[in-house]
Design a protein around this ligand. Structure first.
Ligand SMILES: [Zn+2]
Length: 330
């Protein structure tokens, strides 16, 4: 019986998963190379990785991205590997004023790569407490948005939010910045990318205090009820590599309950590489197992998940577009 390219590629992914279970980490690198080679010509459906720190993956100096074995790689290679498996667009969120310029430079020089700008809640502690600093940062981002070269590449404000797990920044300061970034998003009619770690209630309260705001709960970590709460506020729910982990039962239940038209997929690379790539530094090409896990949990096809999440991303991030060959570098 003839096997279509699509079926063939899905079967291959399953083979890779089962090899992972039998052989452990040593086999993963081999599997990864096989996937990249064998799927190159397969017609995998289009996916958008809505959250990937390409600027971390590609940094030459300073601490290496997690995990330790990851090494420097060019953004063009990262994006070529992604495109080879159908990942046509990637959003790189900024996390600190120190990386704004790199995030923008990468987005301005790579087709299919887009930027978001804000300060990660864990980086708030490093910000000067001078009261003029917060408005100065908002003005700086506003300047990038108004600039005809960088503005079109910035598709969201993020990542911002609250992180009470790492406990590196005072909660009150995190909330001040979070509210200011949501204001900035509203002023510019942009969605906000929210990081939420053990701060579900406060995140929901802050969002409720910003009526009209829209955006995404990135790397969703709550349960189905919290997903309902955030969807009622108009938010999308984005699942990352941790959805593929075997013990992530609460996330599995959430993924089953979130309607397909409210879901996004992401890698949060270089963090949280999905099975079968666990233990490696993640990258946008690894978003397929996340979509496949959603398909398995919902009992639907990978194609249906890809189609829906891609359309959702294009709807939410209205400035984002799939590559069309007309890319003017800025
Ligand atoms: Zn992130």
């Amino acid at each position: 019986m003839a096997v279509s390219a699509t079926h063939w590629s899905r079967d291959l992914l399953r083979v890779v998963y089962s090899e992972d279970e039998r052989n452990g980490h040593l086999a993963l690198r081999v599997c990864y190379d096989d996937v990249m080679t064998l799927l190159f010509d397969a017609s995998l459906p289009t996916l958008i990785d809505t959250h990937s720190h390409v600027d971390y993956i590609t940094r030459r100096e300073g601490p290496k991205p997690y995990p330790e074995e990851a090494s420097f790689t060019e953004a063009s290679s990262v994006l070529a590997r992604a495109r080879a498996v159908g990942v046509q667009a990637v959003i790189n969120p900024g996390t600190s004023p120190e990386n704004f310029d790199k995030v923008l430079n990468l987005a301005c020089t790579h087709e299919g790569l887009f930027a978001a700008l804000a300060i990660h809640p864990c980086d708030i502690a490093e910000q000067p407490t001078d009261p003029s600093h917060l408005p100065a940062i908002m003005a700086r981002i506003q300047g990038y948005l108004k600039d005809p070269t960088t503005g079109p590449r910035i598709v969201a404000i993020g990542e911002t939010g609250l992180d009470y797990y790492h406990d590196t920044s005072a909660a009150a300061a995190q909330r001040d910045w979070f509210m200011a970034f949501m204001d900035l998003a509203q002023t510019n009619n942009l969605p906000v990318i929210i990081h939420d770690r053990e701060a579900h209630n406060d995140v929901a309260n802050c969002v409720a205090a910003s009526p009209g705001i829209t955006g995404v709960m990135h790397c969703f970590s709550g349960d189905a009820a919290f997903a309902d709460t955030m969807m009622a506020h108009g938010f999308y729910i984005s699942f990352a590599g941790n959805l593929t982990f075997k013990n992530a039962t609460q996330l599995h239940e959430a993924a089953k309950s979130v309607p397909l038209d409210r879901m996004l997929v992401e890698t949060d690379a270089p963090f949280l590489a999905p099975i079968p790539f666990r233990g490696q530094a993640s990258e946008p090409a690894f978003v397929h197992p996340v979509a496949q896990k959603i398909a398995d949990l919902k009992g639907i096809s990978l194609e249906a998940v890809a189609e829906a999440t891609t359309q959702n991303a294009l709807r939410l991030f209205s400035k984002l577009h799939l590559p069309n060959g007309a890319f003017p570098p800025c």
